[in-house]
Design a binder for this molecule. Structure first.
Ligand code: SF4
Ligand code: SF4
Length: 479
């Protein structure tokens, strides 16, 4: 191909006015409804398989248990969180914070290198919209052209039947998603009770499921791509997360320009690029954009335009990949290396964060113990001259097993007495008790002292707590 390089550069300097508005909003601010053509091709097939796997995980997740506990439970109402069978309490907030930081760094770095792979392949919005709801729409109403025709026709038997059938199925699926969503919050047992019992007995749960289902129905039947374009914060951040080296779905403008229709009568001139201006890539786009204008906020990297263009290239006997995963710089320079120093650096940083988080998770104590001197108390001096302090103890059992606990003093001569019976904390529960610690006067100095209490479970030290002890502010001899 021999094309004037100046013509190629024109693509980059082309009129950028399309960036001033979004494709799905008209000049008067009205919604422009997108009728994307049904995608076909190897990327679409691969995405269908990935989606099936992710849908199976989403719908099967609430039923999966590890050690009798849910795989994932995010009960914000009761502040109870179970991740991979491990219980997390609000006291584990530092871990949650670190996990969130790791996640944000992951998203930022991953996006900087690999673009919006998440949006196209794994985001629940894209999966439900493109792989569930859109497929049902194609099945009932036909491809884009038939859908437009159906919407334009006056209400008749056919239109009523198709629309009613489609929306009934949409609502049923939204209710299924709503119930599953609820199951990740309150657990599958509680959700099954909400489903099977009369709404009157679970009014809050019932209303919550209905609200979730209503939102899902609205998003997937009406709001659609607007969720990605207007609402999703990740989508809005693309302009700062991506740069010219990010691998995104790109049009190879060096190869494609100057675009022009093929003619049976005339051979294409040397200045004509491979793009035959057929608009197939635009017709399949679920966000209604033209990827040939360059990377745009609306592009969810769904790969539909790659498949569409590859089909065209096959037909005109040109190599595939006029639209492909590539960075702007890679297209410009022809260097398509994916593993760059930047990608390696980011990966190492991420790996470090993940290792740190894993170590902290593994070292996490199964209990959370607070031992404080009882408020309002000082010390008591016993008949034999020994001094004691009273402590209040609060323990959170983060495991799903009952925990009998013992307490002992570490490396100091004294006596520790548990007030009340033996300490057994209920599974996933909280226990409270009191302790009396007694020292001989020669063991402690006047005023404030510090010492350590060990907490034992089955004879093993599982936690050590540093705390204080108050002795009289006079010499031991004078007492
Ligand atoms: S431009 Fe291509 S990848 Fe981006 S949303 Fe449209 S069809 Fe999907
Ligand atoms: S599908 Fe390919 S050939 Fe057709 S307009 Fe899009 S980029 Fe050009």
């Amino acid at each position: 191909m021999n094309v004037d390089p100046k013509a190629k550069e024109k693509h980059e300097l082309a009129n950028e006015s399309f960036r001033d508005s979004i494709a799905t909003v008209g000049k008067k601010g009205e919604r422009v409804w997108v009728y994307p053509k049904k995608p076909k091709g190897s990327f679409y097939n691969a995405r269908t398989w990935v989606s099936l796997l992710l849908l199976a995980i989403f719908f099967g997740g609430p039923f999966l248990k590890i050690g009798g506990q849910p795989l994932l439970l995010l009960n914000f109402f009761e502040r109870k969180f179970i991740i991979f069978g491990l219980a997390f309490w609000p006291q584990d907030f530092h871990l949650f914070l670190l996990a969130m930081i790791t996640f944000v760094v992951f998203i930022v770095l991953f996006t900087a290198v690999f673009g919006r792979v998440w949006c196209g392949w794994a985001c629940p919005q894209t999966i439900f919209m493109e792989m569930v709801y859109r497929k049902i729409e194609y099945w009932i109403e036909g491809d884009a052209r038939q859908q437009k025709k159906l919407n334009a026709m006056p209400l008749n038997g056919e239109k009523f039947f198709k629309k009613a059938l489609k929306h009934i199925i949409f609502i049923v699926i939204a209710i299924m998603i709503g119930n599953m969503f609820m199951a990740y919050i309150v657990g599958i047992g509680e959700t099954l009770k909400i489903i099977t019992a009369s709404p009157a007995t679970h009014m809050t749960g019932f209303i919550s499921v209905m609200v979730f289902s209503g939102i899902f129905y609205f998003v997937f039947s009406r709001f659609r791509e607007q969720a990605c374009v207007i609402v999703c914060p990740y989508g809005r951040f693309q302009s700062v997360l991506l740069d010219k080296t990010s691998i995104v779905i790109s049009y190879d403008f060096l190869r494609g320009e100057n675009r022009g229709k093929l003619s049976r009568k005339k051979e294409p001139g040397p200045e004509q690029g491979d793009c035959v201006d057929c608009y197939q890539c635009v017709d399949v786009c679920p966000t209604g954009i033209d990827i040939r204008n360059g990377t745009q906020l609306e592009c969810v990297n769904c790969t539909a335009c790659i498949d569409a263009c590859d089909t065209v290239m096959d037909k005109i006997n040109k190599p595939r990949g006029l639209i492909k995963y590539a960075s702007h710089d890679a297209i410009k320079t022809g260097n398509h290396k994916i593993i760059t120093p930047r990608a390696i650096g980011y990966t190492i940083l991420l790996f470090g964060l993940i290792v740190l988080l894993t170590i902290l998770l593994l070292l996490r104590s199964p209990i959370e113990v607070t031992i404080l001197r009882s408020p309002g108390t000082m010390y008591s001096i016993l008949a034999d001259g020994h001094i004691n302090n009273l402590y209040s103890v609060k323990i959170i059992n983060k495991t799903f097993n009952e925990m009998p606990l013992e307490f002992r003093l570490k490396d100091i001569d004294g006596k520790l007495t548990l007030v009340g019976s033996n300490m057994v904390i209920k599974a996933d529960g909280i226990g409270q008790t009191a302790l009396i610690v007694e020292f001989a006067p020669e063991v402690v100095k006047p005023g404030k002292n510090s010492f350590t209490i060990e907490v034992l479970h089955n004879g093993e030290v599982i936690e050590t707590i540093d705390t204080g002890f108050v002795a009289p502010e006079v010499n031991n001899e004078k007492r």
